[in-house]
Structures are given as C-alpha cells and as structure tokens.
Ligand binder design. Structure first.
Ligand code: NAD
Ligand code: TYD
Length: 353
C-alpha cells in the first residue's frame, strides 16, 4: 500500500505527511514542484525515513506521473498541489490556470489511465482525493447560513475560479469515467509551516520584526479558521470512509474577523514576546483593500460530522497559541523562507497599497 501525495512540501501537504507518519508506516510518494511555496525544510523530520519518497516534479508532467504511478502502484492519490494565494492570483493568474486547472486535468488523466488498468480489490478500493477550498462558494452576507455542500459555486477571485474549475473536472471525471473520487472543501487553515504571505503568519512575522501589520480595508471580513492538523484528520477520515463522488465541507466552527485575528496575535505576542517599544497593536495599519475581496466565508461542517464522525480537536484559542509559539520557536525556518523571491513579492503586493 502506498499513497501518492501531490504538493506535500507546501503548508497543508507537509503537515499532512508529517501527521500521516505519526500514525502509519504506509509509504508516501511525495510529488512537489518546489515552487516558492514548497519547502523541503518542512519535511526535515522525515530525513532518512524509508517510507517517504520525495520526487521533485510538476503535476503537469504526464510522463513523470505515468512513471510514478506504474512504479509505486498507489492505492490513492491525494491532490494538494496548487497555487494557493489569492493576492498572487490577482497579480498573475496564469500560474493558477496552469497548475490548478491544467495540472489537475493532467493528474486526472494519468490517474484514470492507471486506475483503468487495475483489477479486483485494487481497482475497487482506489481513491482520488481532491483537496479544495470553501472559496469556490463565493462570499456570504453577514447573517446568511454557512456554506453547505449544495451551495452554488460562485468563485470571485482568479484563485477560487481556478479551484472551482478543478473541482468541476474532478466531478466530471467521476460522473463520466467512473473515477473513484472524493473532494474536501476546507476553510482557512493556520498552524506551523504556513508561508508568511498569508494573514496569520504574516502578522506574527511582521510584528516580531516591528514592521507594519497591514489590514486590508476595514478588517471586518470574516473567515472560518481551522488548525492544520485538524484538516489532516478530516482528510484521513474522508479517505477512509467518504462516499465516492461526494464532497465534504471541512471547517473549524470558528468565524472571526481579520481584525479580531490580528488583535489576538498582538495580545499573544505581548504575553509571550513583549516588545520594549510597547504593545504590538501600535503596528496595525489599514491599507487599501484587496480588489473583489470576499466579505465572509463560513463552513457548515455538519455532513462530515454526521457521516464520518469528524470534528476539529483544536479550539481557536488553543490553535492560535500553539501557532504563535511555533513561530517563536522556529525563527530559522522563517529566516530561510524569506528569500529574495519573497522580498520581491512583498514589494509587489504592498507598495501599491
Ligand atoms: P501552499 O501554497 O503552501 O503549497 C502548495 C504546494 O504545491 C507547494 O509545495 C508547491 O511547491 C506545490 N506545487 C505548486 N504547483 C505545483 C505543480 N505544478 N506541481 C507540483 N507541485 C506544485 O498551499 P497550501 O496552503 O498547503 O494548500 C494546499 C491545498 O489545500 C491547495 O490545493 C489549496 O487550494 C487547498 N486549501 C488551502 C487552504 C489554506 O487555508 N491554505 C484552505 C483550503 C484548501
Ligand atoms: P489570506 O491568508 O490571504 O487567505 P484568503 O484570502 O485565502 O482567505 O487572507 C485572509 C484574510 O486576511 C483575507 O480576508 C485577506 C486578509 N489579509 C489582510 O487583511 N492583510 C494581509 O496582509 C493579508 C495577507 C491578508
């Protein structure tokens, strides 16, 4: 038995792989292109681990996919690889179409060819697990009910549109070809190894460097936050027991405004790493809003709880404290990801705000 994981050097993928080996000896072949967001340092704890095979490569490389599938005969493909940052998708949508749409298409086709040739239990038990986002559903009014799996797709950013397209491809490959797929649509994750271009790690890292904490617009946008290892347990539950062709919403039952998130991080840093200059809230600045900024996401994770018994283990209070502590204890990781390319991104995104 083996899993083929794509994007396993990114934030969620690496947390999934680490969590997997904390519970299982089943091998993982980890295919990742190591874009700016991929980082082998996330997987340093697995160095020399016989069951972990890392392959640097692109999900759009069909010959490579065919070779890996033939060689390793996985029982499942877990598809995390994607371009994942909304702001980058606004500045340069092409990479999102290339990886999220075309790459997912190529992966589906390679998987279909492999699965079609399987026989007996290997064919019966095979799964293609597509990891997706709640952003495909669009934006909610303040008092509207949270997204269920039947909410219409109304993506608003190039990122969410590319993920929506990939979800549709996965659905069609099941409906048309019978490929045994499951899809999870998860809310905003946070935790260790989160690249500091996203809200939570950016605020922690900037605060510690006494840099401004840039809140887009009024900061009253709402996201639902899930600690990343809870996402890993949800994926394991769906892989093990999810119904073929079904989608499962995954969320933390934690709706927070961006302003609340930033204030919470400031308060934790005041407690754990106080600054001689005064409270970290002094660094908060309101900057120009993101174009097309979705106002509110909220996940109804009732289906996965009813059908598979999954609920998040972390509360927001416990998860955010662990996260801040992790960044305080891993300043080398932060320094290493703040490469030249990352500095260029900061100039591109924030100089116009
Ligand atoms: P990430 O940007 O941190 O990591 C993405 C990984 O994919 C990187 O390691 C990168 O090198 C790799 N990759 C990118 N293009 C590739 C390609 N063409 N071929 C092979 N590898 C490639 O992203 P993440 O936050 O870990 O997100 C993982 C998945 O979860 C994505 O599909 C994303 O849409 C989804 N998701 C993310 C969140 C979130 O809050 N971060 C929430 C819900 C769903
Ligand atoms: P982000 O982490 O980019 O996730 P997503 O856009 O996929 O939800 O952003 C989370 C929220 O934080 C989003 O409403 C945008 C906001 N945000 C800021 O206010 N300032 C920032 O510097 C960043 C990166 C995000």
């Amino acid at each position: 038995m083996t899993l083929l994981v794509t994007g396993g050097a990114g934030f969620i993928g690496s947390n999934f792989v680490l969590d997997w080996f904390a519970q299982s000896d089943e091998p993982i072949v980890n295919l990742d292109a190591l874009t700016y967001a991929g980082n082998l340092q996330n997987l340093a704890a697995l160095q020399g681990h016989a069951a972990h095979t890392f392959v640097r490569g692109d999900i759009g490389d069909r010959p490579l996919l065919d070779r890996l599938l033939a060689e390793h005969q996985p029982r499942a493909v877990l598809h995390f690889a994607a371009e994942s940052h909304v702001d980058r998708s606004i500045h340069g949508p092409g990479a999102f179409i290339k990886t999220n749409v075309e790459g997912t298409f190529t992966l589906l086709e390679a998987t279909r060819a492999y699965w079609s040739a399987l026989r007996g239990a290997a064919r019966e038990d095979f799964r293609f697990h597509h990891v997706s986002t709640d952003e495909v559903y669009g934006s909610l009014a303040p008092s509207a009910p949270a997204f269920t799996e039947t909410h219409p797709y109304e993506p608003n950013s190039p990122y969410s549109a590319s993920k929506a397209a990939s979800d549709h491809l996965v659905r069609a490959w099941h409906h048309t070809y019978g490929l045994p797929v499951v899809t999870t649509n998860c809310s905003n994750n946070y935790g260790p190894y989160h690249f500091p271009e996203k809200l939570i790690p950016l605020m922690i890292v900037n605060a510690l460097a006494a840099k401004p904490l840039p809140i887009y617009g009024d900061g009253q946008q709402v996201r639902d936050w899930l600690y990343v290892t809870d996402h890993a347990t949800a994926i394991r539950a769906v892989l093990a027991g999810g119904q073929l062709g079904e989608t499962y919403n995954v969320g933390g039952w934690n709706e927070k405004t961006n302003k609340e998130i930033v204030l919470t991080i400031c308060a934790l840093l005041d407690e754990l790493a106080p600054s001689a200059e005064g409270p970290y809230t002094r660094l908060i600045t309101h900057v120009k809003d993101r174009p097309g900024h979705d106002r509110r996401y909220a996940i109804d994770a009732g289906k996965i709880e009813r059908e598979l018994g999954w609920r998040p283990a972390e509360t927001f209070d416990s998860g955010i404290r662990k996260t801040v502590q992790w960044y305080l204890a891993n300043k080398d990781w932060v320094a290493n990801v703040q490469s030249g390319g990352y500095r260029d991104w900061v100039a591109t995104n924030y100089s116009v705000r």
